[in-house]
Design a protein around this ligand. Sequence first.
Ligand code: PLP
Length: 341
Amino acid sequence: MTVNLDWENLGFDYMELPYRYDAHWKDGAWDEGGLVQGGSLTLNISSPALHYGQSAFEGLKAYRTKSGAIQLFRPDQNAARLNRSASQLLMPAVPTDQFLAAVKQVVAANAEYVPPYGTGATLYLRPLLIGVGENIGVAPAKEYLFTVFAMPVGAYYKGGMVPTKFMVAETYDRAAHFGTGQSKVGGNYAASLQAGKYAHEHGFGDAIYLDPIEHRYIEEVGSANFFAITKDGRKFVTPKSPSILQSITRRSLMDLATSVCGLAAEETRIPIDGLNDLAEAGACGTAAVITPIQSITYRDHVHQFGDGGVGPITQKLYDTLVGIQNGDVEGPAGWVVTVEA
Ligand SMILES: Cc1ncc(COP(=O)(O)O)c(C=O)c1O
């Protein structure tokens, strides 16, 4: 059973649900962890997460299928990525089993907030790993908190699969070449706020970053990866860069582009002055799903892809991905994990 909410009109907004999961790390080990109630944390004021950004997170969704079951999409990949982020910030890894158990417990405990099938809404889960405790010098924390909380959300980019205009943020870098770009850490998002604000104020869905060394090659969007279909209709291409987040959606689309669309999938450098070689383009991520890119504004030039509508391959990839996530299409083995609620 679900609670009574206006599921069709949900945004991407915080909502306090009855339960979250907390586990604490101290003296070299995680405690057992478990469900707790409430939406506030009490932290020491000198916690490194607050001052020095020792903070990593994940984002994944729980989907309600037609039969009313609840499923997750590739949560093991989120566990693995959280631990890569943790490693870069000198934080302890969260055991994969504990991560998966935490996510499942939070979904099951808040099951009545998993939106009904067919509404387009989902339950968004936010695992968070932060350095806490007394620590005023620039040094890794001696204690850590791993928490998972959740809320129902609608489509991130309003209108869902609606072609969206993006702009190139040439005077902003999201991450440095040898920096933390490949990790899902708080500081990357603080660094993206200005460009995002600029893009929104100028009527764009979001900013696209270029590589931080030459400012020639496409990196990614503030909260999504970039992909495109080449004009010859043969390749799914997506940026190869050490400073972009390794999107789980993108990895999945690369597999589907090959297995479902018969394309070659390639991570490669995509020059911003080579947009004429691309027929379709999109932004992809857990929140964004697939947002087709209608146009990219770079300096004074507006480059429109095709007729500005949704390209046929983008549509096919979207239908397949969303079909798998919602349980309507059978995906590759292991992509979907059922939650007993
Ligand atoms: C910077 C950035 N790139 C890409 C993505 C997409 O990653 P994923 O598909 O794993 O959600 C995200 C998160 O959604 C992100 O924050």
